[in-house]
Design a protein around this ligand. Structure first.
Ligand code: ATP
Length: 427
């Protein structure tokens, strides 16, 4: 059986990953958990999300006669732990039986649903249509919006992911929930030094920040992300912190860029994420607050691209763009603007600085000698007909640049995972 769960937390506490960790413990004796639970990041632009739009699923081989008990346990736990008094918390649980998992048509439908949940915007009705059509056991609380994420996360458990990473989450002891986290920062930097690049986004070196621990009052103490479970474990063993309640290793789609669609400016839609190729139209501009913008043009349209203040030094890259530079941008479209997650500077334009010519005798710039009369040095009397053209010296090099770890979205691929030799990973 597969259990999918979503939408149990609020900004005041709880976390669906924690609920899943507790559920795994409660299910002991009712069956065997198969492999790792899945922590799936869905479309990062969904307005209903509490934080990172995560949904969870797990596979369990139920002991004979335990199926109903497993379902009852999961439903009671969500009922007990979900923060339903918060308006935007609308939990959903779905259960996929072994029989439905064998149904090829169901798998096909579920896989398509999972991709739409990662890249598109769905309705609760979209989820209910599949639930009804395949007669899936489920439980929705309040408006049941969590059924969308619960179904999508189950899709990952059945259909797999074309790319995946891991995260080990350490949870706090319940008596410490809501208090400030005690983590020795030096130990975190050391763990990162030893295990990077197999682990990533633990710290942000350029901004001297630990990024693997949340600041919200939820039960997570920290999470170590990476491509290799041994390195994650090695990093975990090096962290000095307050006493840990429990740990769980998840398989995830974090750090994969699976949310990005290959698009063209003329057909982009709000709340989706894209990579788009085009040409920089004019010099980037920075507004109050330090947010930087430029316009990207393609044959059939233009779009505003933004690097907001939290993207820190990434803005310096963006600010050095010039009209005519050919770039590929990666990011989400919100309010008609693409919020940059990465930029590939494909080709720099050949811009010339056009000036009056220099006098060959005194080295000063000549003055105009009048309309269509060329230039003359007033001191030496020398003249020239042509302006001088010098190529602009560019201080950026073509390549792929990214926002720093402190500004990264969970689902965005960190360039340290890229095999492209043109990538400049941010540390
Ligand atoms: P949690 O830890 O509870 O999962 P979160 O930040 O991950 O917190 P949720 O509280 O789950 O966000 O809220 C996201 C809501 O949006 C859920 O109800 C989920 O089912 C729904 N949702 C997720 N992806 C989509 C999508 N692509 N289209 C429409 N709704 C979605």
């Amino acid at each position: 059986m597969i259990i999918g769960i979503d939408d149990t937390d609020s900004v005041d506490g709880m976390c669906t990953t924690y609920l899943t960790a507790v559920l795994i413990e409660q299910l002991r004796g009712m069956g065997t958990i198969k492999g790792m639970p899945y922590l799936i990041r869905l479309n990062p632009n969904i307005k209903y999300k509490t934080r990172g739009n995560a949904a969870l699923s797990l596979k369990i081989d139920a002991n004979p006669g335990s199926q109903q008990r497993i379902m009852d346990t999961a439903v009671s736990l969500v009922d007990e732990m979900a923060d339903v008094k918060y308006e935007n918390t609308n939990p959903g649980i779905v259960f996929l039986s072994d029989e439905v998992m064998q149904d090829r048509e169901f798998k096909h439908v579920l896989e398509a649903f999972m991709w739409r949940a990662i890249r598109d915007v769905l309705t609760i009705e979209d989820a209910r249509i599949i639930i009804d059509r395949f007669d899936l056991a489920h439980q929705g609380f309040k408006n049941g919006r969590g059924l969308i994420g619960a179904l999508a996360a189950s899709g990952a458990a059945i259909c797999g992911l074309p790319d995946h990473t891991y995260e080990m989450i350490a949870y706090r002891k319940p008596e410490n929930f809501g208090t400030s986290r005690v983590i020795d920062h030096d130990s975190v930097f050391k763990a990162d030094k030893i295990t990077y690049p197999n682990t990533w986004d633990t710290v942000d070196i350029a901004n001297n920040t630990v990024v693997f621990a949340p600041h919200s009052p939820d039960p997570v103490l920290f999470g170590i992300r990476g491509d290799n479970t041994q390195s994650i474990q090695q990093a975990f063993n090096m962290i000095e912190s307050e006493k840990i309640g429990r740990t769980i290793l998840y398989m995830t789609n974090q750090g994969t860029d699976l949310h990005l669609l290959d698009g063209h400016i003329c057909d982009i839609i709000e709340h989706r994420s894209y990579y788009l190729t085009g040409v920089v139209l004019e010099h980037p501009r920075t507004i109050e607050g330090g947010h930087t913008f430029f316009t990207l043009a393609e044959k059939a349209g233009t779009i505003e691209c933004s690097a907001f203040e939290p993207t820190k030094d990434f803005r310096q890259v963006v600010r050095q763009l010039m009209p005519g530079d050919r770039v590929k941008v990666y990011g989400s479209v919100q309010n008609g603007t693409l919020n940059l997650e990465k930029i590939d500077i494909i080709e720099l334009s050949n811009q010339d600085i056009v000036q009056n010519p220099l006098c060959p005798s005194c080295g000063r710039r000549m003055k105009s000698a009048g309309h269509s009369q060329g230039f003359r040095c007033r001191r030496c009397g020398t003249s020239d007909r042509e302006v001088s053209r010098n190529p602009v010296r560019r201080s950026i090099t073509p390549g792929i640049y990214e926002v720093p770890p402190c500004a990264r979205r969970h689902i965005s691929l960190p360039l340290v995972r890229s095999s492209d030799p043109r990538a400049f990973p941010s540390r």
